[in-house]
Design a protein around this ligand. Structure first.
Ligand code: NAD
Ligand code: MG
Length: 386
């Protein structure tokens, strides 16, 4: 029987890798919805090729373009926020959550509410509203499967294990584009330089977040929320080769590592075929040729975002939503050339300091409304600092 699948953020890096896998065995899948942003040409071409029920662009003004691109295909065209939520809520067995940013939260929740298994690339969902996402899944009897490579690695290392026997989780990090730059040069790093990842091909925003390690900061929180592991048991290790994706340490001292090529189709394919392992078109490692794997502790001066994430985990509540929003806004300003690379972490820290006296951060219930309230407050707070 074929499985009904939808892809939220189909035109992005994760979305395209997901389509690559699905298109290899189309008889196994029935594509329900594909969603995207401004690239309606790509969206329409994929929707046609996969025979999707509906294609949705997030932008109302692009509805006519999308309709024209889908003319005669039998694929429905829709646009805007409400249409995006409606597409996410269409009955499906498996939904890929691959929109970038907090914009992915509500569509992911809508997919869970209709009972779909949510393959979660959108780490911002867990950072901003982890308890809400996991409760929604429990209530609906739906499952969340991690797609972030580190979290997929941890998930795989835990198969058949008792979570109570876990002593620590080690997330590896490439160190990003500037890992070997003199610290003094970081202030002048350009957007183009920050957008060149040494090992992974990803969307621009996560690539820049890898250079600043805001990505790893989000992943620390993601680990806490997804696996329920205490923050002081989660470590970060710089691993320049990006071949070991994460390690889980057990109380007998054993470390289980997930090793593989830096290709997101590993993690996407695992979530797509779970609980089975299907053959995947990823490179097989020749460890003799690779010769050595290096590890080192992250330099705290180079990556201030990591300490910020620790503070956010200590505070809990809605501070993840504040942190993510400030980070997204600081990144917008960096990409637009309004601030320098190293200013991002300082601005995010100032926003968190200002918001630290706001009782809502720790006392308010985590709902979509409160997440967006804090999100807006945090973005506005960051803008006021410029
Ligand atoms: P991307 O920028 O390549 O693609 C983002 C997708 O979301 C596109 O389809 C875009 O049209 C859509 N989108 C953007 N803003 C939107 C909005 N406001 N409303 C609706 N749709 C919108 O991003 P990506 O690199 O594929 O990352 C997607 C998610 O997966 C992010 O949360 C990222 O952190 C996570 N992730 C990515 C990778 C990777 O290898 N790229 C690895 C791990 C985790
Ligand atoms: Mg990752």
């Amino acid at each position: 029987m074929s499985r009904r699948v939808s892809i939220l953020g189909a035109t992005g890096s994760i979305g395209q890798n997901t389509i690559d896998l699905i298109a290899r065995t189309p008889e196994r899948f029935e594509v329900v919805a594909l969603t995207g942003g401004r690239n309606v040409t790509r969206l329409a071409a994929d929707a046609r090729a996969l025979g999707a029920q509906v294609a949705v662009t997030a932008h109302d003004d692009l509805l006519d373009d999308l309709r024209a691109a889908l003319a005669g295909s039998g694929v429905e065209a829709a646009a805007g926020r409400a249409a995006l939520l409606e597409a996410a809520a269409r009955p499906a067995d498996w939904v890929m959550s691959a929109i970038v940013g907090v914009a992915g939260l509500a569509p992911g929740l809508a997919a869970l509410e209709q009972g779909a298994t949510l393959a979660l690339a959108n780490k911002e969902s867990l950072v901003t509203a982890g308890p809400l996402l996991m409760q929604t899944a429990r209530r609906a009897g739906a499952r969340v499967l991690p797609v972030d490579s580190e979290h997929s690695a941890v998930f795989q290392a835990l198969v058949g294990e008792d979570i109570a026997a876990v002593e620590r989780v080690i997330l590896t990090a490439s160190g990003g584009a500037f890992r070997d730059w003199p610290l003094a040069d970081l202030a002048h790093a350009t957007v183009e330089q920050a957008s060149a990842h040494p090992n992974w091909a990803m969307g621009q925003r996560i690539t820049i977040d890898s250079a600043s390690m805001f990505n790893k900061a989000l992943e620390l929180i993601e680990t806490r929320e997804f696996f329920g592991i205490d923050p002081d048991r989660i470590e970060v290790l710089v691993h320049p080769e990006s071949l070991v994706h994460a390690l889980v340490g057990f109380r007998d001292g054993a470390l289980m590592a997930h090793v593989g090529a830096p290709d997101m189709r590993h993690a996407i394919g695992y979530a797509l075929n779970w609980p089975d392992r299907a053959e995947l078109p990823v490179a097989r490692l020749d460890l003799a040729e690779i010769g050595q794997l290096r590890f080192r502790a992250p330099d705290v001066a180079r990556y201030p975002a990591l300490a910020l994430a620790r503070g956010v985990m200590d505070t809990g509540g809605l501070s993840g939503a504040a942190f993510n929003a400030a980070k997204e806004r600081a990144l917008d300003h960096f990409i637009a050339g309004r601030i320098g690379f190293t200013q991002m972490s300082g601005l995010v820290e100032q926003v968190l300091d200002t918001l630290s006296s706001d009782r809502r951060l720790t006392d308010a219930e985590i709902t979509l409304d409160t997440v967006f309230e804090i999100d807006h407050l945090s973005r506005a707070g960051l803008d006021r600092l410029l």
